[in-house]
Write a protein that binds this ligand. Structure first.
Ligand SMILES: Cc1cc2nc3c(=O)[nH]c(=O)nc-3n(C[C@H](O)[C@H](O)[C@H](O)COP(=O)(O)OP(=O)(O)OC[C@H]3O[C@@H](n4cnc5c(N)ncnc54)[C@H](O)[C@@H]3O)c2cc1C
Length: 456
């Protein structure tokens, strides 16, 4: 109580309160806000940026879930058990099994919940490391993140959730009994304290904080990032200050296909829909659908530490996201493979032979050269396209330790009143996150956090 009185006296602006305060209005925070509001409690969401969405707004490829109505409509057989196995294998067996079990078993319900809120998740494709088509996105392959943010933001507003933009949380407050009871907030007018019965921290990862990612993995010195500027690890720092345990902080994923000049991430769905990768000598060098760590390493071994992502017009037509890359002027286009090779400064006969060999593999359904298991189409329809790509920091798998109820774990167990969900937590993805699994993670655990915080 003494701490509380001291803080209230120090605050220049009025202290306020809500039943549940959520810090961070990305996908995890929005899911938590909706669930908490549905339980009839008052909810305030603090967001440091002038808009909601965070990294979730950047998500393009889709959301993984196994056993959904969208898959059923397309005749795709899948199960949470297979999703679980793919996730553990893709995470190099470092994942926390209990969290993976929760994510994979609850992801289908999360997809149906989003559809119930009005989301379109009817297009189902595949991203690297998945053995089945289970990556859900809007019809026509539209970017998934902006769509989900809009749907969830509107649903939260409909439920009376109060959003405070340009309001940066700078400190979590705990009372003498160790329970979290408030958040110190910086906004344009100064600093104030908001108290709450429960606090949910959903501030995202630290992929846009080079000082922090280099501290945990010095080999990332000089790397660019695909992340939104907001992903600076604030929540991890604040929760560490109040005794939260951390896990897997050195497990930082690079995404293999980022345009080096523009830092534009080319969604894995381009490869998922059939694109191949060639080096400057015009040959393939890796199973393009391998996990991100493997493909990133393979690219860094090529001349110039980058490669070309190559696709034809049928792939362009299959994915609306590609038009965005063309508008940015980062896609080289030509009517023939020979002309494309000439534009890229690659030997034309080597490139043509590589594509012909790949097309033969796709026709047979067996890629003897690199063991690619997913060969959706041959590359035959002109015009042909290429984008230069290389790895950049993409996902921070480590973060604060939570239990299955999203309670933040300190050295003596759960910290009362304190919940966390989304990319600032660690353990779900182990040593490598599969494409599409982050959205499953943030929606599943965001919902759990909202429910448990409201009940607390
Ligand atoms: C380019 C790109 C493409 C991606 N594509 C996919 C994909 O197709 N599929 C997939 O599954 N995953 C994808 N991901 C990963 C996925 O988008 C993220 O892991 C996920 O969106 C993180 O959600 P979050 O809610 O935890 O954090 P965020 O969405 O980052 O939200 C955190 C919010 O907290 C706010 N915040 C931070 N600090 C504070 C503070 N101190 N006070 C108040 N507010 C604060 C931020 O401003 C932000 O709005 C992609 C990521 C990137 C960068």
């Amino acid at each position: 109580m003494a701490v509380l009185v001291m803080v209230l006296l120090a605050a220049p602006a009025a202290a306020e309160s809500a039943d549940v305060v959520i810090v961070g209005a990305g996908g995890a925070g929005l899911a938590a806000a909706i669930e908490a509001a549905d339980q009839g409690v008052s909810v305030v969401v603090l967001e440091k940026m002038p808009m909601v969405g965070g990294n979730t707004l950047y998500a393009t490829g889709g959301m993984n879930a196994a056993g959904t109505s969208s898959q059923e409509a397309l005749g795709i057989e899948d199960s949470p058990a297979v999703h679980y196995e793919d996730t553990i294998q893709g995470g190099n067996d470092l994942n926390v099994p209990e969290l993976v079990e929760i994510m994979t078993s609850q992801a289908p319900a999360a997809v149906e919940w989003l559809k119930g809120l009005g989301a379109d998740l009817d297009d189902v494709g595949r991203l690297g490391g998945s053995s089945v088509n289970r990556t859900h996105r809007p019809t026509g392959g539209q970017a998934v993140g902006p769509h989900l943010v809009q749907v969830m933001f509107e649903a939260a507003q409909d439920r009376g959730v109060e959003f405070r933009l340009e309001s940066q949380a700078v400190e979590i407050l705990r009372n003498e009994d160790g329970a979290a009871y408030g958040v110190v907030v910086d906004n344009r007018d100064g600093t104030y304290t908001i108290t709450a019965k429960a606090i949910v921290v959903t501030t995202g990862g630290f992929g846009a904080n080079p000082t922090m990612f280099v501290e945990y993995d010095p080999e990332l010195e000089g790397f660019g990032t695909t992340n939104a500027p907001s992903a600076t690890g604030d929540g991890i720092a604040m929760l560490t200050e109040v005794g939260a345990q951390l896990i897997h902080m050195d497990q930082i994923q690079t995404h293999p296909t980022v345009h080096p000049g523009r830092s534009t991430m080319i969604t894995e769905a381009v490869r998922g829909n059939g694109a191949i990768m060639v080096s400057r000598d015009g040959t393939r060098f890796v199973d393009e659908m391998g996990t991100r760590d493997v493909v990133s390493t393979a690219i860094l071994e090529q001349e110039g530490q980058s490669a070309y992502l190559l696709f034809d017009d049928s792939i362009r037509a299959s994915l609306a996201a590609i038009e965005n890359y063309r508008r940015q002027g980062i896609v080289t286009e030509a009517d023939t493979l020979e002309a494309l090779a000439s534009e890229l400064g690659i030997d034309a006969s080597t490139l043509t032979a590589a594509v012909e060999q790949y097309n033969a593999s796709a026709a047979e359904g067996v890629d003897e050269a690199f063991g690619r298991s997913d060969l959706p189409r041959s590359l035959t329809e002109a015009p042909f396209f290429a984008v230069e790509v290389g790895p950049a920091v993409h996902h921070t798998m480590g973060g604060v330790v939570i239990n299955g109820d999203t309670e933040v774990q300190g050295s003596e167990g759960s910290i009362p009143g304190l919940f966390a969900a989304g990319e600032l937590t660690g353990g779900v993805h182990g040593g490598n996150r599969l494409g599409g699994n982050a959205l499953a993670d943030i929606v599943v655990f965001g919902r759990i956090a909202g429910q448990h915080a409201a009940q607390f």
